[in-house]
Design a protein around this ligand. Structure first.
Ligand SMILES: NC(=O)c1ccc[n+]([C@@H]2O[C@H](COP(=O)([O-])OP(=O)(O)OC[C@H]3O[C@@H](n4cnc5c(N)ncnc54)[C@H](OP(=O)(O)O)[C@@H]3O)[C@@H](O)[C@H]2O)c1
Length: 275
């Protein structure tokens, strides 16, 4: 495998698609998505069906390197009874079992990014988090992922992790609320440590932005939708946005948002919209 993965400009998220997962991931790939986010967590994702869609693409001649594949380790608290590891095993072993089954599900021998789905507590990192992180580091060192990351982290957790980890997080995936400056503090830390900030729920967490007169005005002028303006805005401030749309029309629109142009003044104004 080559040393570096190219960071995509948008990711297709595969949560909550159940039996429709393979069909929708195939449609996303056909629409032009190359970056796919999933998790080895049957409660919300069907990683096997994500793999079915990827395998279909590989069989049709698509190269593994043309995709950016990201999945996650989810602790027992975030899972239902369908665990991808032995719950009695120590945490490092659980991480190894989880990533090994992810690689099998996704028909690949490496991931572009492997993410800790979330720390055990809301603030600070506990003993369990460090054991899991060491497990993730071991998998990175074994060459099973090109980069590692974390999700659902507060600024203090990301700071602590980035200071003490042997292998530093390169991807940070958080729910992104305009109300807290679009996760300003966490984004700032990402910039300092050279990590990519991935924002999810950009549309669903920010309805007040989508209906804001300023955003509606830019959308009208650009012949675009407010959703496209939010995605372009997120890219303009350095984010890698996720969309999990189930509509082909929205898939194409979401990808096309990259081509829009916002002025610095527009970006600054949207960044300040909170209510
Ligand atoms: N790390 C975590 O804990 C975590 C948690 C949640 C999500 N995620 C990841 O993030 C991905 C995205 O999740 P999300 O929370 O952002 O929600 P989402 O699944 O992307 O849902 C977004 C909503 O926006 C709509 N939408 C998308 N594009 C649109 C457009 N151009 N115009 C109008 N509506 C549009 C969709 O409706 P249509 O289907 O009708 O387009 C949908 O109702 C997930 O699939 C998952 O991969 C991670």
């Amino acid at each position: 495998m080559s040393a570096e993965s190219t960071i995509p400009s948008m990711m297709y998220g595969t949560a909550w698609k159940k039996d429709e997962t393979a069909r929708l991931v195939k449609l996303a790939i056909k629409s032009g998505f190359t970056a796919i986010d999933t998790a080895n967590q049957k409660k919300h994702y069907d990683e096997v069906l994500v793999g079915e869609a990827l395998n279909d693409a590989f069989k049709s001649g698509a190269k593994r390197e043309s995709f950016f594949i990201q999945t996650k380790y989810t602790s027992k608290d975030g899972q239902d009874h369908r665990l991808p590891y032995d719950p009695k095993a120590d945490l490092k072993t659980q991480v190894r079992q989880s990533i090994d089954s992810s690689l099998e599900h996704l028909h690949t021998d490496y991931l572009d990014s492997y993410v800790l789905h979330g720390p055990h507590y809301r603030h600070g990192l506990g003993k369990e988090d460090w054991q899991v992180w060491e497990g993730i580091e071991e998998q990175f060192e074994a060459g099973k992922t090109k980069m590692v990351g974390c999700s659902n982290v507060s600024a203090d957790q990301l700071r602590e992790l980035s200071l003490a980890a042997k292998v530093k997080p390169k991807m940070v995936q958080n729910r992104c609320y305009a109300i807290n400056g679009w996760d300003y503090e966490v984004r700032q830390i990402c910039k300092e440590i050279g990590a990519t900030y991935q924002g999810f729920s950009l549309l669903t967490a920010n309805p007040q932005v989508l209906s804001h007169p300023f955003v509606l005005q830019i959308a009208q002028r650009q012949n675009a939708t407010p959703a496209q303006i939010v995605f372009k805005f997120s890219m303009s401030i350095g984010m890698l946005p996720l969309t999990g749309t189930t509509s082909e029309k929205h898939m194409l629109e979401d990808l096309k948002s990259k081509e829009l142009e916002l002025t610095q003044e527009e970006i600054d104004t949207i960044e300040k919209i909170s209510s």
